[in-house]
Design a binder for this molecule. Structure first.
Ligand SMILES: *Cc1c(COP(=O)(O)O)cnc(C)c1O
Length: 732
């Protein structure tokens, strides 16, 4: 495979200091901070951190905010104390090389996209903790998708919304109950600039509704080579209420939701037109953006004089739709009143009736009892649709089979492309060093290829274990810092705050469990049998400890009760200091957890996990997955690369499924995980465990990388959709 990232070739030449005036030095740092390329380059992250390690942490690792506290002169002083000149210069040159490199995989494999890029729509993008426009898995997936598209050189532009308050910050009160806080982000600390047209005018788009016009300005964010355009309703001309339309992610009621989705879909397509971008493919990542197809039809009708039917066919041929939700309640639905209020003016221009429009969002077009479903719209208006794991493909085909009543289930045109993670974003620096020492030169350019990762088997087991142990210690110090801070904020006693500084044991088997606290994810499954758990945690020879994190949706009361139950385990003598809860799960917390745990635990109620990606992040860093055979793990587990909970069966009764799975969970921990971890050779190394770490890395890292995922999308969906080839999704 060809190059995907510019490799640093020559060594760093010595610079005359005069070449770097304070202002030049400062400008180079700002240029680095303003392209999110830095978020997956540890040498640049370390550079920012070294400027002021304490402020760096306090500012949520935001280099723009950090640099704002420096004058060029002070920066220069700091740089000379630390001899940072060559590092800044080197990083800057690597960024330039990266941006200018045209020898990419995309150039040879996505040529057909040429000047008509993929337009990738998503309601959230999780790129870094300092850019809070994501809530969880869907956003992180979008972020990883565009980072890999950048690395591979795929012609792609991304469209999303700018939420100035993002998703909530989570604190637990003294009773362990979740409290939500929304903090406004300072726009000047976000690495984006107003998007402009050819003449340099700031782009603003408008969308008519029956009750008035909605305006949105367009921001441009640079994520490596990818342009991410973000629409923002906080503009003059909007009513005070509408100015807040895009302040929060997944906040508000149905009306807020449809208005956000109108701006994302219809506004997004208008923004592309204003930018002079003609997409060759529309990729709708989840149903939120599906209104985009209607606006694309309008463009074809009004600009090219096509009929509605022809325009619809044409748009569908160029549209790729990805569904993420096997839970029926997870699909957006709107009633006819909201649809007519918001899509009415567009419907007039499409020259279709209210009934015709509603039919596009209904399984049975004429069923007046059926509301308008965004997923149905996405499926009807795309010729390529996919789920996000093999098992989720089966589930989705069954779930939507009534849309194609004349077909048997296997022929329902929904395929699957399994999710993956952006390797450099999730790989610990120490692990990266280990791979650099042992893998072929330039291996990061081929991280989606199987062969590269086989080298892990030649690594000295002691070396791998040592790196892992160091990362585990870093995780434990992070946990201690966070927990003592949590206790202090809740006003707990000095003794409690102090005790938190000595939590956890680096030699104990450490299990991580972090997810959105939806009840079907059953985060408390490990607590089903407290006595059995007690024995596992407190075994004098072979103890285990569990670190938990995760937010519940603000409206999800049962989810909040789950959090409370787990967080309050610390007051129970049987579990104290062995079950630890970290507040405010975000990309930063996730990164620490997946880089340091021995085991990543996931036990959703099968088959409700569409894919899951956090376990894939653990793989890269030597963590072993212990999971229900659901989502990605159902196709990943091979008997020797992690642990399976149960046999992939489900009972019609949730209660019985849960009881069985709890039993399986304890059995797996007691009979497989704990014994293997504590089986040591004369050197004190757990040989069998390390072998499993190696099997996990070699068999999974490439397959569940976002590079592999984006290559799959390109080969099986983008290229054919761009060519307007008419076919059913054929990627399963
Ligand atoms: C990776 C990631 C997720 C996705 O995790 P799953 O539970 O495996 O779907 C969610 N939230 C954050 C912050 C992440 O980094």
């Amino acid at each position: 495979m060809s190059h995907t990232e510019a490799a640093p070739a020559e060594s760093t030449p010595k610079l005359a200091l005069s070449e770097l005036s304070p202002q030049t030095l400062y400008d180079k740092c700002v240029a680095l901070a303003r392209n999110l390329w830095w978020t997956w380059h540890p040498e640049v992250i370390n550079l920012f951190r070294d400027l002021d390690p304490i402020r760096w942490r306090q500012l949520d690792h935001n280099p723009i905010a950090l640099l704002a506290e420096f004058t060029p002169e002070r920066l220069e002083m700091r740089a000379s104390e630390l001899v940072l000149y060559s590092r800044i210069n080197y990083a800057y040159r690597r960024l330039k090389e990266y941006m200018n490199n045209t020898q990419t995989w995309g150039r040879t494999h996505a040529g057909v996209l040429g000047s008509k890029p993929v337009a990738y729509f998503s309601a959230e993008f999780g790129i870094h903790e300092s850019v809070p426009i994501y809530s969880g898995g869907l956003g992180v997936l979008s972020g990883d998708h565009i980072k890999s598209a950048s690395g591979l050189g795929i012609p792609l532009v991304a469209i999303g919304l700018f939420y100035d308050q993002g998703y909530f910050k989570q604190h637990l009160d003294i009773d362990g109950y979740q409290r939500e806080e929304y903090l406004a982000t300072k726009v000047e600390n976000v690495p984006m600039e107003p998007a402009t047209d050819d003449e340099g005018n700031q782009i603003t788009v408008s969308v008519d509704t029956r009750t008035g016009q909605l305006l949105a300005k367009v921001w441009l964010m640079h994520v490596g080579r990818i342009h991410l355009y973000l629409l923002d309703c906080d503009v003059e001309g909007n009513s005070p209420e509408d100015r807040e339309l895009t302040s929060r992610l997944y906040g508000g009621d149905h009306r807020t939701r449809i208005r956000q989705e109108l701006v994302l879909g219809v506004g997004g397509v208008r923004a592309l037109a204003a930018l002079g971008i003609t997409p060759g493919v529309y990729h709708l990542n989840e149903g939120h953006s599906a209104f985009a197809t209607l606006e694309a039809i309008r463009e074809r009708m009004e600009n090219d004089g096509q009929s509605f039917d022809n325009a619809l066919r044409d748009v569908a041929q160029h549209t790729v739709f990805t569904t993420h939700t096997p839970v029926p309640a997870g699909h957006d639905r709107f009633d006819g009143g909201l649809i007519e209020e918001h899509l009415g003016p567009l419907r007039d221009r499409l020259q279709i009736s209210y009934e015709q429009l509603m039919g596009l969002g209904r399984v049975e077009p004429h069923n007046e009892g059926e509301s308008f479903c965004m997923t149905v719209l996405g499926l009807k208006l795309s010729r390529r649709a996919n789920a996000v794991s093999q098992l989720h493909g089966h589930v989705s085909r069954r779930m939507w089979s009534h849309l194609w009543p004349w077909r048997v289930e296997e022929e329902i045109p929904i395929g699957h492309i399994t999710n993956g993670v952006h390797v450099p974003s999730w790989l610990a620096w120490q692990m990266l060093q280990l791979y650099e020492r042992n893998f072929p030169v330039g291996w990061l350019q081929s991280m989606g290829e199987h062969e590269v990762w086989q080298r892990i088997h030649q690594v000295d087991p002691g070396e791998l274990w040592e790196v892992h142990y160091a990362l585990k210690n870093l995780l434990l110090s992070f946990v201690r810092r966070r927990v003592s801070r949590q206790c202090r904020r809740r006003g707990e006693s000095d003794a409690v705050v102090e005790a938190a500084r000595n939590l956890l044991d680096p030699n104990a088997l450490t299990i991580g469990l972090a997810r959105r606290f939806a009840t079907y994810k059953r985060a408390d499954l490990f607590m089903s049998d407290p006595e059995r758990l007690y024995r596992l945690l407190n075994d004098p020879e072979r103890p285990i400890q569990i670190i938990v994190a995760g937010k519940a949706h603000p409206a999800d009361e049962p989810g909040k009760q789950l959090i409370k139950k787990i967080a309050n385990a610390r007051h129970d003598g049987r579990f104290a200091n062995r079950v630890v809860y970290i507040e405010d799960y975000d990309i930063n917390v996730c990164r620490h957890l997946i880089q340091g745990v021995d085991v990543w635990l996931n036990n959703p109620r099968r088959p409700l996990e569409a894919s899951g990606t956090s376990g894939q992040k653990a793989v890269l860093n030597g963590g072993l997955n212990c999971s229900i055979l659901d989502g990605w793990w159902a196709e990943a587990y091979d008997g020797s690369n992690g642990f399976a909970i149960g046999k992939g069966t489900t009972h019609v009764s949730d209660q019985i499924t849960d009881q069985r799975d709890a039993e399986f969970l304890y059995e797996t921990l007691e009979n497989e995980v704990v014994p293997l971890f504590y089986e040591r050779d004369v050197d004190g190394l757990p040989r069998g465990w390390i072998q499993r770490m190696m099997n996990s890395i070699s068999s999974l890292a490439w397959r569940f990388s976002a590079h592999r995922m984006v290559m799959d999308y390109t080969r099986t969906a983008y290229n054919t959709a761009a060519g307007g080839l008419s076919c059913d999704m054929s990627v399963r």
